[in-house]
Design a binder for this molecule. Structure first.
Ligand code: NDP
Length: 262
């Protein structure tokens, strides 16, 4: 699918794997120039090489950094401006979930989780905001259904995700009319996090399809399967595109119907 990003520049945090990597691919395929970051240099270089091969080296920029390093994020924004001259879309995707109940979440876990969830938004938004304003651009946050439908075994992730939704809503007002701010809410998408959990499964004789199918059934996902990262990327590309020009402060669920709230 082509989302009409010719002449536009997108930045994707956590672009070396899973949903972020599919966002990079979808945006490049739709005509954008794309800058993306992640911490692990080797994985980032591999992703960059594939994207440069498929979409042209001149359209791809990568930097190895943590989004929790404010100075590195600021330098990344300067590099994007120097290389591409603008930023029309910021996709705040970097991160991961933490599995723990209230009983087994330590104070340090709480602090680390809140730092990751909130500052992975705050630092990139602050760094790219001048360019986003100049371009009348938009921000899309990759958030989780847990923000509205918390799970006891992911207690601090759920709570921090709710805070992120609240921030997105505030920003959609404060940054209007120059910058639109929206989020997608992921249910369960079969990306890096689930690949890792599958690799660590108790019964190693169970196949990927069986394990994913049983997981979807156990969770009661009406569409009967986990989502594909490309399906999440499609929602991101739509919200960042001109087709969504009157949409801000909105959330789009990508959950196969898993959400139970109205
Ligand atoms: P992946 O593990 O496949 O990808 C995560 C990406 O983020 C990687 O590129 C990783 O690279 C990068 N990353 C992680 N931490 C940082 C950091 N501090 N700074 C920069 N980059 C970072 O996961 P998903 O694609 O599944 O997840 C994408 C987003 O979607 C995450 O925020 C996740 O929490 C959210 N989500 C996913 C769900 C799912 O079912 N898949 C459910 C709900 C939410 P590296 O490790 O090299 O830094």
């Amino acid at each position: 699918m082509h989302y009409g990003y010719e002449g536009r520049v997108a930045v994707v945090t956590g672009g070396s794997s899973g949903i972020g990597l599919e966002c990079v691919r979808t945006l490049l395929a739709s005509g954008a120039k794309v800058a993306f970051c992640a911490r692990n240099e080797g994985r980032l270089e591999n992703a960059a090489a594939v994207m440069a091969r498929d979409f042209g080296e001149e359209n791809v920029l990568t930097r190895a950094l943590s989004v929790l390093d404010a100075e590195a994020v600021n330098a990344f924004a300067k590099d994007v401006e120097a290389t591409f001259g603008q930023c029309d879309l910021l996709v705040n995707n970097a991160g991961q979930g933490r599995q723990s109940t209230f009983a087994d979440t330590t104070d340090d876990d709480w602090r680390a989780e809140y730092e990751l969830k909130l500052f992975s938004q705050i630092y990139p938004i602050r760094a790219f905001l001048p360019m986003l304003k100049a371009a009348q651009g938009s921000i899309v946050t990759v958030n989780s259904l847990l923000a509205y439908q918390p799970e006891p075994h992911m207690v601090c992730t759920s709570s921090a995700r709710a805070g992120v939704q609240n921030l997105v809503k505030s920003l959609s007002v404060e940054l209007a009319p120059e910058v639109r701010v929206n989020s997608i809410l992921i249910g369960m998408v079969g990306s890096g996090q689930w690949t890792r959990r599958f690799a660590e499964r108790e019964d190693q004789s169970v196949s990927r399809e069986e394990w994913y199918g049983a997981l979807a059934a156990r969770k009661g996902i009406p569409l009967g399967r986990l989502g594909d990262p490309a399906e999440a990327a499609a929602a991101v590309a739509f919200l960042g595109s001109r087709a969504a020009s009157y949409i801000t402060g909105a959330r789009l669920e990508v959950s196969g119907g898993l959400s139970r709230h109205i």
